[in-house]
Each structure stands twice: as structure tokens, then as C-alpha cells.
Design a binder for this molecule. Structure first.
Ligand SMILES: C[S@@+](CC[C@H](N)C(=O)[O-])C[C@H]1O[C@@H](n2cnc3c(N)ncnc32)[C@H](O)[C@@H]1O
Length: 283
């Protein structure tokens, strides 16, 4: 089945960790989400599809932006994240619908949306062109696409820093940079090709860099512990340490701690991130 490993992952350990860290993630990713929301420029009355909406932070923001008269559908393959998203939306009187489905093949209403949006939720498709072509059918003629995705692992300190720290302690498997996952759209030319093949026009891909405030706390030590706790749950570290023996994990954690210490400043542990803000249009 297409996207099977992502469906397993986001309904398993990764999904659970994203639910546990939802508030932290929304704080840390806020500058990136805001950049994507600015590019999307959702307006009153519009219908929006939030792809890979996760726990619904951007879905809620979009739903406010399209009032009065608009509505937002959030779609995601992760049951635990959709459950969290529904809990969050239950307390607000906004027209939001959350669907637990694979956006690349869920039946979508034809020409129903003004905007396809995503914050880091579109890099996980096994067949990305076909997925975007399918999702484009849900856009009205002239409708907009706006999303943010990570650039390559080599450009993102939050990926590079722990991987460098763990090298020599745990095996680091070679991976194809285009494999579905966070960095799959790092190659700008490939990303543009995927979207063009899917039928989008007016494609613009702009770099967006912002610091990620990983660790915060009342003291420098607390900020460092906060960053270490976060890094062991989100990003490449949990995958690289999964099923590893205790002594290897202990060494690995000490190395990651030292690496994080090198980014500890007055604001906490600050790590660089590098993304693309992508826009396009349905002809
Ligand atoms: C990195 S998380 C981002 C979540 C959310 N947009 C946010 O910014 O907090 C990626 C999300 O994409 C979802 N996802 C991955 N593949 C998907 C697919 N084929 N259809 C719908 N959602 C998918 C995952 O379940 C996960 O919630």
C-alpha cells in the first residue's frame, strides 16, 4: 500500500511523540507556520484544505483568518494527532472539519477549495507528483497552493547537529535524500519538477531561515535539559536510538548534550533551521 510506512510511523511512536510535544512543537515551529500563513494570505469566505494538519495548530489559525463565511478541512493520516486536533477544535466555534485520511488518495470534492495549505505535512508521499495532482483536483480554477517544507538535512542544524554528534557512537544509515520524510523536498529543482508535473503553475520557491528555540527554562541548565528532552523525542535522534542498548544510548545522549551546549545562549538553546516557502496556482 502507498505511504504504508508513513501511516505506520505517524500512528505509532512518532505520532505519539508529536501528540506529547504538541504545545512545544507549536511554539518552536511558529515562525515557520507564520511564514507559510503569510504566503497563503487566506481571506474571509475562503475554503481551505490543511494537508498533514497534525494536531491542528495551523487549521485553527486558518479557520480564524477565513471568517466570516469561510471553512477549513484538516486532513491527516495520524489518528492520535487527529484526535488531538478535534479536542482542540471542540472548544472553539469555528467551521473546521478534521478527516483521518491519506491526502494523496482520499476522495476529495472537486474544485471545492480556494487554498491548499501545509506546514511541513506534504513531504511524506511515496509518489509526490501523483499526490499533488490528486490534491490539485480539489482546488477551484485559479486556486492557490502554499506550504512550507524543510530544505536538505545538510542545511538544517537541527538535523545536522545531532547526526554529527552521534556519528561513531551509533550506526548512521546512508539514506537517499529524496526518500519520503522531512527533507524530501530539499532539492529545489526536484520540488519544482514535482509541482509542475502535478499541473501547478506560477510556482515560486523562496528560502526561509529562522532560529528554532529548542530549549527554554528558568536557568541555562534547565534550558539545556529542555532541549535535550525535546531532541530525544522529535527529529532524527529517536529513530537513530530506537532499539539501541542502554550503554550506547547513554554515550549518545552525552554526545547530544555536548552538541546542544554549543548552541546555549541567553535565549536558551537556539538551533538554525532552513525551509522553503512554496506557492503555486491551479490553472
Ligand atoms: C511534520 S508533521 C506536521 C504536522 C502539522 N502540520 C504541524 O505543523 O504541526 C507531518 C504530518 O503529515 C502527516 N502526513 C504524512 N503523510 C500524510 C498523508 N499521506 N496524508 C495526510 N497526512 C499525512 C503526518 O501524519 C503528520 O501529522
Amino acid at each position: 500500500m502507498k505511504n504504508a510506512s508513513q501511516i505506520d510511523d505517524w500512528n505509532g511512536a512518532t505520532g505519539a511523540r508529536w501528540v506529547d510535544n504538541q504545545e512545544r512543537l507549536d511554539r518552536i515551529l511558529a515562525p515557520y507556520g507564520d511564514a507559510a500563513l503569510d504566503a497563503a494570505a487566506a481571506r474571509a469566505g475562503e475554503a481551505v484544505l490543511d494537508i498533514g494538519c497534525g494536531a491542528g495548530g495551523t487549521t485553527l489559525a486558518l479557520a480564524e483568518s477565513v471568517q466570516p463565511g469561510g471553512r477549513v478541512v484538516g486532513i491527516d493520516i495520524s489518528e492520535p494527532l487527529i484526535v488531538r486536533a478535534r479536542e482542540r477544535a471542540a472548544g472553539v466555534a469555528l467551521p473546521i472539519d478534521f478527516r483521518l485520511e491519506d491526502a494523496s488518495r482520499a476522495p476529495l470534492p472537486a474544485a471545492a477549495f480556494d487554498l491548499l495549505f501545509s506546514r511541513f505535512g506534504v513531504m511524506f508521499f511515496d509518489a509526490p507528483s501523483a499526490a499533488f495532482r490528486h490534491m490539485r483536483t480539489a482546488l477551484k480554477p485559479g486556486g492557490r497552493l502554499a506550504f512550507i517544507c524543510w530544505r536538505s538535512a545538510a542545511e538544517n542544524d537541527w538535523a545536522k547537529l545531532p547526526i554529527a554528534a552521534l556519528r561513531g557512537i551509533v550506526p548512521i544509515p546512508d539514506s537517499d535524500p529524496n526518500t519520503p520524510g522531512p527533507y524530501a523536498f530539499g532539492d529545489r529543482a526536484r520540488l519544482e519538477g514535482i509541482l509542475a508535473e502535478a499541473g501547478f503553475t506560477d510556482i515560486a520557491i523562496q528560502p526561509f531561515d529562522a532560529p528554532l528555540i529548542y530549549g527554554v527554562g528558568a536557568s541555562r541548565e534547565a534550558a539545556l535539559e529542555d532541549a535535550l528532552d525535546y531532541m530525544t523525542q522529535i527529529g532524527p535522534v529517536p529513530r537513530l536510538l530506537a532499539d539501541k542498548p542502554a550503554d550506547m544510548r547513554e554515550k549518545a545522549m552525552a554526545a547530544v548534550r555536548t552538541a546542544l551546549e554549543s548552541r546555549l545562549g541567553d535565549e536558551g538553546v537556539v538551533i538554525d533551521g532552513a525551509a522553503w516557502v512554496v506557492t503555486g496556482r491551479n490553472p
